[in-house]
Write a new protein. Structure first.
Lengths: 217, 217
């Protein structure tokens, strides 16, 4: 047990770091979801020019590593003179990055509905907004929920990258503890365990949603 | 000043040198994980304790951040006297994490093969080995090409995180150049474009492979 003494001494600090990780991930997931839905709608229903713009956005976000974008914004913000706290800077980058992936999940959800659903709604004489609201979206969201949750898991894991640009969260907290205790193995194992608790809980919820989405198919 | 031509002429060779490291890491990770992921997937499909171990491995590596895994390997192993170089630690962490993702991809592919394929093979008197190598796996390979392509893209982007353990990949070169020249725009434009080229090449390659391997199924 003595080997793990450094971890037992500093577990509270790591817990606080995990709290910050959760806060950062929750702050990013809301705008990411909203933007993701918007991008998916434009891609499915938008005009040609708007669709091409969204495709270009997706191409860039899916082709460049998140770390490059984070570092870019980290060096860029002071240059532009925008007075944005670093916390909100990285939250915005995370949101813009994950919105691209979320839009794919939502788009796949909408497009995987059978044509019969659209036809049935139209044959009942539903106006377009009603058709989307009570026929298409509820089903599409149910289909998109499992990949959405697994993206949330990725988002939580991705918050660890902000430690590289100097923000304080779980990974940064564990690096600080390691510098003090010189016990990298135990401390990073502890940090990994905390990440695992958060992400596995989310993943289990995703599995549950997946099972529920299959009911009635 | 952005878009300084003289600066770009000096910058690009340095970034390309970093790109060499990035490509090496990505290709090695991909090659190792294609095999390692299959081993894990087959272990998970075999009933018994091996299946539990493989399942646990997949959950643990998928639900903890790559960066923490890298720190664990890089700093943790050197603490117990088995220190690896930055490159080797990064490669090991990339393989550990992506092996879990690859195993899930193979599992999906294996599950999508209908039971009748197995029955038909057995009815023809095929041995287990022949059944797998000439009936099951060719179909699995064809089905996993699109998700494998996505994984290859995500691996390439994930390699940027080795910059955190002092490996001179594209990301680290970009960081060094930004800090010495303060020419944020040019450096990140260059780095971003190289990453975009790499990921585009992978997705084109994936699409070609997909077309080549498409069966009349």
């Amino acid at each position: 047990m003595k080997t793990f003494a450094p971890l037992l001494h500093s577990y509270w600090y790591l817990f606080r770091g995990a709290g910050m990780t959760l806060l950062m991930a929750s702050a990013a997931v809301v705008p990411a979801t909203l933007l993701g839905v918007l991008l998916a709608l434009v891609q499915v229903f938008g005009r040609r020019a708007a669709r091409s713009a969204v495709l270009a956005y997706l191409f860039i976000m899916r082709g460049i590593p998140l770390l490059v974008l984070l570092t870019f914004v980290y060096y860029l913000l002071p240059l532009t003179g925008i007075d944005l706290p670093p916390f909100w800077g990285v939250v915005l980058v995370l949101a813009f990055y994950y919105a691209a992936f979320m839009s794919e999940a939502f788009r796949a959800g909408i497009l995987s509905l059978p044509q019969a659903q659209w036809d049935a709604a139209k044959s009942l004489g539903m106006p377009r907004y009603l058709m989307l609201r009570i026929v298409i979206f509820p089903q599409a969201l149910r289909l998109a929920a499992p990949p959405f949750i697994s993206l949330c898991v990725n988002l939580v894991k991705a918050t660890s990258l902000v430690s590289i640009v100097g923000l304080w969260e779980l990974t940064m907290a564990s690096r600080e503890v390691v510098e003090r205790t010189l016990a990298p193995f135990q401390i990073f194992l502890g940090a990994a365990f905390l990440y695992f608790c958060i992400c596995y809980a989310l993943a289990l919820y995703g599995k549950y949603l997946e099972r529920r989405a299959l009911v009635g198919h | 000043m952005p878009f300084d031509l003289n600066f770009l002429i000096r910058l690009i060779p340095a970034l390309l040198e970093g790109a060499e490291v990035t490509v090496e890491l990505a290709v090695l990770t991909m090659l190792i994980c294609v095999v390692w992921g299959l081993v894990v997937a087959l272990a998970q499909a075999t009933p018994g304790p091996l299946s539990w171990i493989a399942g646990g491995y997949i959950q643990v590596v998928r639900n903890t951040p790559l960066l923490v895994q890298m720190y664990l390997v890089y700093f943790g192993l050197s603490m117990i006297g088995m220190g690896l170089s930055g490159f080797a630690s990064g490669l090991l962490a990339l393989c550990i994490q992506n092996g879990g993702y690859m195993a899930e991809i193979y599992r999906g592919g294996l599950q999508s093969i209908s039971l009748r394929q197995y029955e038909a093979g057995r009815a023809l008197g095929m041995r287990r080995w022949t059944l797998y190598t000439s009936v099951i796996m060719p179909q699995v390979v064809a089905r996993v090409i699109p998700p494998l392509t996505n994984q290859a893209i995500s691996i390439t982007k994930d390699t940027a995180q080795v910059a955190a353990i002092a490996v001179m990949d594209i990301m680290k070169v970009a960081q060094v150049w930004v800090e010495s020249s303060a020419n944020t725009y040019d450096v990140f434009l260059g780095a971003g474009l190289i990453y975009l080229c790499l990921t585009t090449v992978i997705s084109l390659g994936g699409r070609i492979a997909e077309r080549r391997l498409a069966f009349a199924s």
